[in-house]
Design a protein around this ligand. Structure first.
Ligand code: NOJ
Length: 546
């Protein structure tokens, strides 16, 4: 394959599998690779091009597996290497690629390198793979600087001999030192290892991390690296120039495997900053978190779409859309809350009366047509095709996310979007496994199961399948995109042969002329209802070549 054909990711639909919560193949209450293999029919029925599997490596699971103890082995909870290669093979036979998750900013504190560092003296080669520093104050009793952990609290912890080590996340996630040559070589070898096993690339965790200012300066007043104050770079820990140099080095390996891609999870201050990750020779894709975070509002959605399309295309890349993932409040719940309510804060004990799940569901359905019609690639987070809401009332004793603990219970964390998904109407964990699931599922989830939705003509599941199918048949690799004139509180665009229209306003809208291909909700008196969306066929359009 050459050229466009080989650039499959530019218009792909990719399904995100949070393994632990997808399907439990051995009845221990935790999802695993065997469970995923058993449910590949479901993945295939969606019509997706690839799956991205969250970290499956050996790990104490202090941060859902983003604390890797051994990058070359599979956690026994999830299976083993044989299971992983069988998954890759079976998926390939169905035309589905597997993308692994690479975690290069930090290891687990149980990684052999960190254990060796702890057992070695200050200034040793073993410690130089991480960021060990002396503390401040007379006896070095204060952390080396004011850097804070993303999960809350200081980013430094002290070891027995008095040295401090850096962890921008949990204390069990020490940051690697990327100016160390051995670290760089090790990751080139890890990339090769998984590519040889057949994965089609990597979603790269914290792609904006890795680089650290060599002088470890205080960050000062504006610590939040997403603050516009940092929009031109210069933060001591995030979005630093080194990260670009590193990914260019990785491409030297990845490009040896046709079709393999690198996907950046990069939280940066602006679209201009993100586009830098997509320059030729860097990442193939970068998630658009600005779109993901947009409130349900025509103007905001439109400007974020514009920015993404413009910025990606300015560097020859394509946008990468997602509405949810394992780190954010599920979008159905976000859209069910009033626009001025921060969903993360609301989780902590906000007024439950504010939640209007019917509205959330209407909007989530419309969002399928808004997003799937756009040029570029779309990621689906497992369970969104079932219209799962965030589980906001998990009992505190069940919460596992380190965010909950490290923030001193001032942030609820991400467990509520990671609850195991329902497969059947009945059963102790609705077909997820044979017994209890590691996080409890709400009683009404049987109705949202794959089994229930398979037989419902207008289910969310069918909407996803239809949208993906139409998108594949009518849009292909076409990138022609233009906004169309419509009411102020609506959005309408044309992409290839599809005209998509979404009603964000408060009264029904007239539909444009043409054959209706798909609707998120039934028409009301011939008009598009509030929070509804439709796709109209616009044939005769001459596709432009990418
Ligand atoms: C981003 C991952 O998606 C998240 O789940 C994790 O906690 C952090 N990176 C740290 O690895």
């Amino acid at each position: 394959m050459t050229g466009q054909e080989d650039q499959w990711w530019r218009h792909a639909v990719i399904y995100q599998v949070y393994l632990r919560s997808f399907c439990d193949g051995n009845g221990d209450g935790h999802g695993d690779i065997a469970g995923l293999r058993a449910r590949l029919d479901h993945v295939e029925s969606l019509g997706v091009d690839a799956i991205w599997v969250n970290p499956w490596y050996e790990s104490p699971l202090n941060d859902g597996g983003y604390d890797v103890a051994d990058y070359r082995s599979i956690h026994p909870l999830f299976g083993d290497l044989g299971e992983a290669t069988a998954l890759i093979e079976e998926s390939r036979r169905r035309g589905i690629r597997v993308i692994a998750d690479l975690v290069p900013n930090h290891t687990s504190s149980e990684h052999a390198w960190f254990q060796a560092a702890l057992a070695s003296p200050e200034g040793s080669v073993e410690r130089s793979r991480y960021h060990f520093r002396p503390g401040r104050g007379v006896d070095g009793e204060r952390p080396p600087n004011d850097w804070q952990s993303v999960f809350g609290g200081p980013a430094w912890s002290r070891v027995a001999d008095g040295d401090w080590y850096l962890h921008l996340y949990d204390v069990t996630q020490p940051d690697l030192n990327w100016s160390n040559q051995e670290v760089r070589e090790e990751f080139l070898s890890i990339l090769e290892y998984w590519l040889d096993l057949g994965v089609s690339g990597f979603r790269v965790d914290v792609a904006h991390g890795k680089g650290k200012h060599p002088d470890y300066p205080d960050v000062g007043g504006v610590a939040d690296h997403l603050d516009p104050a940092w929009a031109s770079g210069g933060h001591p820990t995030w979005d630093r120039p080194e990260v670009h140099e590193i990914v260019r080095e990785w491409r030297g390996v990845v490009d040896g495997y046709p079709g393999a891609i690198l996907v950046a999870e990069a939280w940066v201050a602006s679209w201009d900053r993100l586009a830098r990750y997509l320059r030729p020779g860097e990442y193939h894709q970068a998630f658009d978190f600005l779109f993901l975070q947009s409130p349900w509002d025509a103007e905001s959605m439109r400007s974020r779409i514009d920015e993404a399309v413009e910025a990606t295309m300015s560097v020859g890349a394509t946008p990468t859309w997602a509405l949810s993932n394992h780190d954010v409040v599920r979008h159905l719940t976000r859209y069910a809350l009033p626009g001025d309510v921060d969903a993360g804060e609301w989780l902590l004990g906000g007024d439950r009366g504010l939640l209007d799940l019917r509205r959330g569901r209407r909007r989530a359905r419309a969002a399928v047509l808004l997003t799937m019609g756009l040029p570029g690639s779309v990621y689906i987070y497992q369970g969104e095709e079932l219209g799962l809401p965030e589980v906001h009332d998990l009992p505190p004793q069940d919460l596992e996310d380190p965010v909950w603990r490290r923030s001193g219970h001032t942030r609820k964390g991400r467990d509520g979007c990671r609850v195991p998904i329902p497969w059947t109407r009945e059963g102790s964990s609705y077909g997820f496994g044979t017994g209890r699931s590691w996080l409890p599922q709400p009683p009404e989830w049987g109705r949202l199961s794959v089994e229930a939705q398979n037989t419902e003509e207008h289910s969310m599941l069918h909407l996803y399948r239809s949208a993906i199918d139409l998108r594949r048949r009518l849009l292909g690799a076409d990138l022609t995109f233009a906004w169309l004139q419509t009411e102020a509180d609506a959005l309408s665009y044309r992409h290839g042969e599809i005209v998509s229209i979404v009603n964000f306003g408060s009264r029904p809208l007239d539909l444009p002329d043409g054959e209706v291909l798909l609707m998120s909700a039934p028409l009301e008196g011939g008009r598009l209802p509030v929070d509804g969306a439709a796709w109209i066929h616009a044939p005769g359009h001459v596709s432009q070549v990418e």
